[in-house]
Unconditional design. Structure first.
Length: 396
């Protein structure tokens, strides 16, 4: 999976992107079960479970390019299609990946999810994450790519300064999610320990990671955040961390809340700030751009209308190819006829002479070859036996 490179473009307002790790056994089984249940309940229209290699070789609706391939470490490719308000169609693609380090014995599996609607995405729509993954605390699919960070819960900041710096850098540079840090003015009760993100709309809930600073971490958290990211956190307040590179329109003061009451009530001001920040154009990382390209150009789950349009497009494509081949053959034949006519004119209408092949020489017999070879070794004192008998006098 790609690291932290970025492109100059921003995330389209029609897209929903997410990336994380599943730390439990058999993640693909969890996805299949959830998709089957949602299809049976009529929540989604249909889904596909594909082998990535075979999916890459198949014919797709859109022209392919290299970035549409999921890569050699891909395990499975899932596609789902459903409708939201006013019949708007959403297409989503989840790819699971083997661990980046094969040397570890961890069962963790990485995943990348890209979804796109036919118009601008609304936070009130169903979260694509809970289309593929069950929204249950029993399934550990919600781990960030940043170690020891999870969605759907509160993440306390490390006590060690160096660990805190590394965490903030990783969250700012590597993560696809929105990160919020909340300082606890005093140790909260059970209601106050509930994550603030639980009050967010469904599609935004799984795009936000919540960090908590304990009461005694007020000064160190503020100091490290100002040094690393250029933003501070007020005592008993909250701040939305800027991504790297910063989103256009980000202002630290604009996305800082002075007071957050952690008593189980809805923190309206903080939630409004999170929604406002999420609506800003966000930088599109290069690996997220590849996931979006894969969704658009490597899509397989076609509707009947799309299958018909695809078949018609293929017929038109093959007809044009056949027409081009026929035209090429006609041009070749015309060129050959012109060449023969020119040759006839040059030779006065006579057929060109061709040299007759020389007659093949007869192979000598083995006896003749042997006789010639022996003749080379005969000296003047060696004569044929019959001739010597003729030269001898009679009686000798």
């Amino acid at each position: 999976m790609a690291k932290n490179s970025t492109s100059s473009t921003t995330v389209p307002d029609t897209a929903w992107l997410g990336r994380g790790r599943h730390l439990g056994p058999e993640p693909e089984r969890d996805v299949r079960r959830n998709l089957l249940a949602l299809k049976a309940a009529g929540v989604i229209d249909d889904f596909l479970d594909l082998d990535p290699v075979e999916a890459a070789r198949s014919t797709d609706l859109y022209p392919r390019d290299e970035s549409a391939d999921p890569g050699p470490s891909a395990r499975r490719l899932f596609e789902a299609r459903w409708r939201v308000a006013d019949g708007i169609t959403v297409r989503a693609q989840l790819t699971t990946y083997d661990p980046e380090s094969r040397r570890t014995k961890s069962e963790e599996v990485g995943w990348v999810l890209a979804a796109e609607a036919e118009r601008a995405w609304e936070a009130s729509w169903r979260s694509p994450a809970t289309v593929f993954w069950p929204d249950s605390d029993q399934v550990a699919w919600d781990h960030e790519t940043v170690p020891d960070v999870r969605l759907r819960t509160t993440n306390h900041l490390p006590k060690d300064d160096d660990e805190l710096r590394r965490l903030l850098r990783a969250c700012s540079r590597q993560s696809w999610f929105v990160h919020v840090v909340v300082h606890e003015a005093m140790t909260p009760d059970a209601l106050g320990r509930r994550p603030v993100t639980a009050f967010l709309p469904p599609s935004l809930r799984h795009r936000v990671v919540e960090h908590r600073a304990t009461p005694e971490q007020a000064l160190i958290a503020d100091f490290v955040m100002k040094r690393e990211l250029g933003v501070g956190i007020p005592r008993g307040g909250a701040v939305i961390l800027p991504p790297t590179p910063q989103a256009p329109g980000y202002d630290a003061e604009r996305f800082t809340v002075r007071n957050v009451f952690l008593d189980g009530t809805e923190p309206t001001e903080l939630l409004d700030k999170i929604k406002e920040f999420a609506s800003l154009p966000q930088p599109l990382p290069a690996d997220a751009e590849q996931a979006l390209t894969r969704l658009r150009q490597g899509w397989h789950l076609l509707t009947p209308a799309e299958e018909l349009a695809h078949a018609q497009a293929m017929v038109t494509k093959y007809a044009k190819a056949l027409e081009a081949m026929t035209a090429s053959c006609d041009l070749y034949r015309e060129a050959a006829e012109s060449a023969l006519e020119a040759l006839a004119e040059a030779t006065g209408g006579a057929a060109p002479r061709t040299a007759s092949p020389a007659p093949a020489k007869e192979d000598p017999s083995p006896w003749k070859t042997l006789s010639k070879t022996l003749a080379r070794f005969r000296g003047p004192h060696l004569q044929a036996p019959d001739a010597e008998v003729q030269r001898r006098p009679h009686g000798q």
